[in-house]
Write a protein that binds this ligand. Structure first.
Ligand SMILES: Nc1nc2c(ncn2[C@@H]2O[C@H](COP(=O)(O)OP(=O)(O)OP(=O)(O)O)[C@@H](O)[C@H]2O)c(=O)[nH]1
Ligand SMILES: [Mg+2]
Length: 340
């Protein structure tokens, strides 16, 4: 029997009469509880959900991308880059991980910040394994301790992931490991560098050890749970984060308001970049529109790679005062925790 899900039919050996008899006797399982189509996996196969949690900027989304093998989560040096939970299905021969990237957990300063925290903390009780991601190159401080308190209260096994190993010396790493071990009682630990590809596969293996044995729940081509329109908005927002600083990255919200495929190999997209003040709009538009043009070119490049076709991307910049304090606006942008 093959180990792919596509040609596995658990009822193939039954005659029509036998199938009818099963249905009459109520023994024929429904679609949801049928032996999973992907049940034909090697013995000892493990599968389940793994949450990446940690302080903002720890390197969670970069680790998700490294495991997935393609960029699906946006990343930047700005804290609170991730505003929505993102699930990506990572397939290996002996396991299937649904890796859940979460917003950095922090002391919230506004309505948006509270939603981001809620979204991340909500995952702690919903997953099979918690990977607590800590930056090896930044001192462990109150921020990590705050996350640690929440992680400690969760029941799932906990794996310490010390990342950005390429930025720390072996001595610094050892000190950091010691400090991290004091935060929570971990079941396991691993040092990785997502940008260098160091120990990424080892991370997958370590985490998989703590997953229950089970089938491949999702088809291998499953990808992520994010809608295409959201991906467009997020990739545009990433470019804004990478080219602006101080308060601007935090004041930006992006919405994709047009997603059309006039031809098979062409996408016509439009997104609006919202900021809170006129001055911020001026910076994002830039002198003679230079900045917004650059944002558009870079976002288009990523989107063409992701969707595998040509992309026309139109962008507008608009002002929406105080949207970060407005629960309705936060929800409209898709940044509300219970909206996910
Ligand atoms: N040198 C190095 N840089 C890394 C590594 N992992 C992440 N980074 C960088 O660290 C910054 C933050 O990474 P993200 O993955 O966006 O961090 P995050 O934890 O998802 O942050 P939030 O979404 O804000 O919570 C980015 O500039 C990354 O390029 C690594 O292993 N090595
Ligand atoms: Mg992130």
């Amino acid at each position: 029997m093959s180990d792919t899900m596509t040609d596995f039919d658990p009822f193939a050996d039954l005659s029509d009469d036998e199938l009818d008899a099963m249905i009459e006797a109520g023994e024929f399982p429904g679609a949801m509880d049928a032996p999973a189509l992907c049940a034909d996996v090697p013995e000892g196969f493990r599968s389940g959900f793994v949450a990446l949690v940690g302080r903002p900027n720890a390197g969670k989304s970069t680790l998700l991308n490294a495991c997935y093998g393609e960029k699906v989560a946006i990343t930047s040096p700005v804290a609170q880059t991730t505003r929505r939970r993102l699930r990506a299905v990572v397939n290996r021969e002996d396991c299937q991980l649904v890796i859940v990237d979460t917003p950095g957990i922090h002391k919230p300063k506004d309505g948006l910040g509270s939603e981001l925290n809620k979204s991340a903390l909500g995952e702690l009780s919903d997953v099979d394994v918690i990977a607590f991601v800590i930056d090896a190159s930044a001192p462990i401080g109150r921020g990590d301790a705050w996350v640690a308190e929440r992680v400690a209260a969760a029941k799932a096994p906990k794996v310490l992931v010390l990342t950005k190993a390429d930025l720390a010396s072996p001595e610094e790493m050892l000190k950091q490991l010691e400090a991290a071990r004091a935060l929570v009682e971990f079941d396991d630990e691993i040092v990785v560098s997502s940008t260098e590809g160091f120990n990424v596969e080892a991370f997958v293996d370590v985490v998989a050890n703590y997953l229950p044995e089970g089938p491949r729940w999702f088809p291998e081509g499953m990808g992520t749970d994010e809608a295409d329109e959201v991906m467009v908005a997020e990739f545009v927002r990433e470019k804004v984060l990478r080219h602006t600083r101080e308060e601007i990255p935090h004041a930006v919200g992006v919405m994709c308001d047009e997603f059309e495929r006039p031809k098979r190999d062409l996408l016509r997209l439009h997104a609006t970049v919202y900021v809170e003040r006129e001055g911020q709009k001026g910076i994002i538009v830039g002198k003679g529109g230079e900045m917004i043009k650059r944002i558009g070119v870079e976002a288009r490049r990523d989107l063409e790679r992701m969707f595998g076709c040509r992309v026309f991307l139109g962008l507008d910049v608009k002002v929406k005062p105080h949207w970060r304090e407005d629960a309705r606006e936060i929800r409209r942008f898709g940044y509300a925790a219970d909206d996910e």
